[in-house]
Ligand binder design. Structure first.
Ligand code: SIN
Ligand code: MN
Length: 202
C-alpha cells in the first residue's frame, strides 16, 4: 500500500509519487495523445473561453460550449479520443483499483496566467470512484474548499510528480487552481503546468 504524504480535508496527497523518469515517460505519452487530439480552449457557458487548454483520452472527454459542460465521446474534430496511456493507468492501479479502470483522462494545460475556478466534479455516474489527479511541470496553487459553496478554504502548492486522490467524503469537495508559478519547473521547456484527472464516468 502506498501511504499519502499528507491528507487535507480528505484529499490524499502523494508528493513526488512520480520520479523524473516517470514524469518524462508520461510527458512523451501525452505528446502522442495531443498529436491525435489537439488541445483546445472550450467556450464556457458564460461565453468566455476557458483559460486552460484541454484535451482528453479514453472513452469520454470533457467539453463545454454555450449549452454547458459535459462528457462527449468525440474530440471537436469528430474523432474518438485516443486511449489512455499505460503510464497513466499504472498510477490509478497503484493507488485506486485493478479491476475497474478510468474511462476518462482529462488533460488540462495551464499556460502563464491560466487558472481554474472552484468547482465540484459531479458529472460522473458513481461517486464511490475517486478522481485521481496527476500534476506535471510548473507548480500550481491548489485550493480546497468544502462540499458546498463558500466557507473557509485551504491552499497548497502541487508540484511536478505530485498525485492527489479525491475520494470518499471528499469526492464532492470544491477545488480549483488559483495560479501557477510559471517557469518553476524545467519539465516543459516552454513552461506551463499539465494536470491529468482520471475519472470513472459511467
Ligand atoms: C481539475 O479539477 O480538473 C484540475 C485540478 C488541477 O489542475 O490540479
Ligand atoms: Mn476538478
Amino acid at each position: 500500500m502506498t501511504i499519502p504524504t499528507l491528507t487535507v480535508r480528505g484529499f490524499d496527497i502523494f508528493k513526488e509519487l512520480l520520479d523524473a523518469h516517470a514524469q518524462a515517460e508520461m510527458l512523451g505519452d501525452l505528446r502522442d495523445v495531443a498529436r491525435l487530439a489537439p488541445p483546445f480552449s472550450p467556450q464556457t457557458p458564460y461565453g468566455k473561453p476557458m483559460s486552460v487548454q484541454l484535451t482528453s483520452a479514453g472513452k469520454y472527454g470533457w467539453f463545454s460550449d454555450a449549452t454547458g459542460y459535459r462528457y462527449v465521446q468525440q474530440h471537436p474534430n469528430g474523432k474518438t479520443w485516443p486511449t489512455i496511456p499505460p503510464s497513466v493507468l499504472k498510477v490509478w492501479q497503484q493507488l485506486v483499483d485493478h479491476s475497474r479502470l478510468p474511462d476518462c483522462c482529462l488533460i488540462n494545460f495551464y499556460g502563464e496566467g491560466a487558472r481554474m475556478g472552484l468547482h465540484q466534479d459531479k458529472d460522473e455516474a458513481d461517486f464511490s470512484w475517486p478522481v485521481l489527479s496527476i500534476s506535471l511541470g510548473d507548480e500550481g496553487l491548489f485550493r480546497i474548499g468544502n462540499t458546498s459553496r463558500g466557507g473557509k478554504t485551504e491552499s497548497l502548492w502541487l508540484s511536478s510528480g505530485d498525485v492527489v486522490v479525491m475520494g470518499g467524503e471528499a469526492r464532492l469537495t470544491y477545488h480549483g487552481v488559483d495560479r501557477i508559478k510559471f517557469g518553476s519547473s524545467s519539465l516543459l521547456s516552454k513552461g506551463g503546468r499539465i494536470n491529468l484527472t482520471l475519472r470513472v464516468v459511467d
